[in-house]
Design a protein. Sequence first.
Length: 131
Amino acid sequence: MLLSRYFEPRFNAELQMLIFQIGMLRKRIDQLKIVPTTQERAELLRLGESLGHNIFGLMFVVKSKTYKKWVSEAKRGKAWKDVGRKRTPEAVCNLLKRMVEANQRWGYCRIVGELKKNGIRIGTTTVREIL
């Protein structure tokens, strides 16, 4: 009687969901915050769909409220965006380096001001990080 549970499709789907989440956690074992990628979100939704989106007691990587939000966004057809800031374009980084070589006495704020004159919005901290 107990073995029959192991052959049920729902049990297999639950097991796949848990194995996938363990894999996500193993990849990020040294990080404090777990932020799923768009591919991981899609896979969690696919696995959750096989469970009828009844994931109570199975979802440990994200809160069930977050999962439900993903489901409603997927139903509306809303596309996911990657988390975080966009990278500073390579052309801007190269321009910064050339400006510093030509004007070695300029500080970060002066460089930011000169870039703003040319229509390039960038922060002082970004300039410091690039240099």
